[in-house]
Ligand binder design. Structure first.
Ligand SMILES: Cc1cc2nc3c(=O)[nH]c(=O)nc-3n(C[C@H](O)[C@H](O)[C@H](O)COP(=O)(O)OP(=O)(O)OC[C@H]3O[C@@H](n4cnc5c(N)ncnc54)[C@H](O)[C@@H]3O)c2cc1C
Length: 406
């Protein structure tokens, strides 16, 4: 007599958020998890959005469809297209019903969960809408507004503002009157040498700056305004305004489970192991299987994709340890490196800048110990090498130009 047995169902390790750090975490987990487990990546966007290119593709036409890349995970791992609404100790509730293992479900059970929900920026830092077509339409509308405008005011002197100002100066060959309004120095999370370097580049390209004040945002937004009013009473003439200020952390799904893990600025407090770290004891018990990485995590790491990739390895190994029954005292700790950035300064020219180490990592900007490193590059491409990004994110997918529209 022969008997057949159904293999036990795979158990889930959920990752919420499938951008740079969530995708890197899924990849690391796939290589690290025992065969009893699969990765379920929950992402609300229809495509992987290569947001490094959004500011460029909001200025230069013809590449916008390539910013949104179809990605998959190798079976049995899978991507679920939905937004996580709330998290309980062992399941995550979704905003819509999805098909999973032949059933229609609106929540997914997990043995461990990683929150990698990042932050929401003002467009074009983050796209409005969830579909590829909405992203394409939005980028095209900004390209058209910029084409029509003569006086462009950019609010915010961080990476998006600096990149857009220098790109505008190069692409439009100085035809546009570009002003950057910034409350502090340019690139304020870095050593002052980066501010000085950007200011020199702005001067060379004829970009104006108004430093030390903030814009007053009109109730109905900036559409159709003729000037930007500043908090100190100054005004700047404008016929198009680009907002690149502020980021709103997407920590909402964790709030009902672990309110005391949410910092005053809405990031998620974590231990150096990336375990979520609420103050309240009952919340500590409820979040024993929950981790947070990337921009959403208050880990002391610079908010950038590259350190996020290192965090992904640490969190994947800690989850494998958790599933094997190891105590959390044995988990690996993450130590942040000094902030670094590869910053475009006008299409072809870019710089790679790295802060010096600091003597007090909790106050990196006040305790620099040594000199920053800076070097220039002149190999930038108008399309930011986007086809190479497709090859890395969706290997073998593109067989013809048509495929970039999928
Ligand atoms: C213009 C620009 C250029 C940049 N260039 C660089 C660079 O060159 N190098 C670098 O290292 N860094 C760069 N950065 C910073 C980098 O993009 C961020 O640090 C990085 O995106 C953080 O990744 P993340 O995965 O943590 O979060 P995010 O990229 O913010 O992604 C979060 C993801 O979670 C999803 N999500 C949110 N809430 C939910 C929910 N409830 N349910 C399901 N899904 C959800 C979102 O849709 C999104 O896909 C740049 C940033 C900008 C804006």
């Amino acid at each position: 007599m022969s008997t057949t047995s159904t293999p036990p169902a795979l158990r889930n390790v959920a990752v919420v958020g499938g951008s740079y750090v969530g995708a890197a975490t899924a990849k690391e987990l796939i290589e690290t998890l025992p065969p009893t487990h699969r990765v379920v990546l929950i992402e609300k966007q229809e495509r992987f959005g290569h947001l490094f290119a959004y500011p460029r593709f909001a200025i230069v036409a013809g590449h916008e469809h390539k910013a949104f890349i179809p990605t998959t995970l190798p079976p049995p791992h899978l991507i679920v297209r939905a937004a996580a609404e709330s998290i309980s100790p062992t399941s995550v509730a979704l905003d819509r019903a999805v098909e999973l293992d032949g059933e229609t479900v609106q929540s997914i059970d997990f043995d461990a969960l990683v929150v990698a929900t990042g932050t929401k920026l003002t467009p074009p830092g983050t796209m409005p809408g969830e579909s590829k077509q909405e992203g394409i339409d939005y980028l095209r509308s900004i390209q058209e507004d910029i084409k029509q405008a003569k006086k462009i005011v950019i609010l915010g002197g961080g990476a998006v503002g600096v990149q857009m100002a220098t790109d505008l100066a190069i692409v439009y060959k100085g035809e546009k009157d570009v002003t950057v309004v910034q409350s502090r120095t340019l690139m304020p999370r870095f050593h002052p040498l980066l501010h000085e370097t950007c200011m020199k580049r702005f001067n060379d390209l004829g970009i104006k700056t108004v430093l030390g004040s903030r814009a007053v945002v009109p109730e109905g937004g900036f559409a159709g305004v003729k000037e930007v009013k500043l908090e100190d009473g100054r005004t700047v003439e404008a016929d198009f305004v680009i907002q690149s200020t502020g980021q709103i952390p997407n920590s909402g799904p964790l709030k009902s489970l672990a309110l005391t893990a949410i910092t005053p600025s809405s990031f998620i407090r974590v231990k150096p192991t990336f375990e979520v770290a609420p103050f309240a004891e009952n919340e500590q018990e409820a979040t024993k299987r929950i981790f947070a990485v990337g921009d959403i995590a208050d880990s002391g790491a610079p908010k950038a994709a590259r350190p996020g990739a290192i965090q992904a390895g640490v969190v994947a190994r800690n989850i494998a340890a958790l599933l094997s029954g190891a105590p959390s005292s044995s988990f690996e700790n993450y130590t942040p490196d000094p902030a670094a950035i590869h910053l475009t300064l006008g299409v072809v020219e870019s710089i790679v800048f790295r802060n010096p180490p600091s003597t007090d990592p909790s106050k990196p900007l006040e305790t620099f110990n040594g000199d920053p490193t800076l070097f220039w590059k002149d190999d930038g491409k108008l399309d930011m090498g986007i086809e190479g990004v497709w090859e890395r994110r969706a290997p073998g997918f593109v067989k013809s130009e048509e495929d970039y529209w999928k």
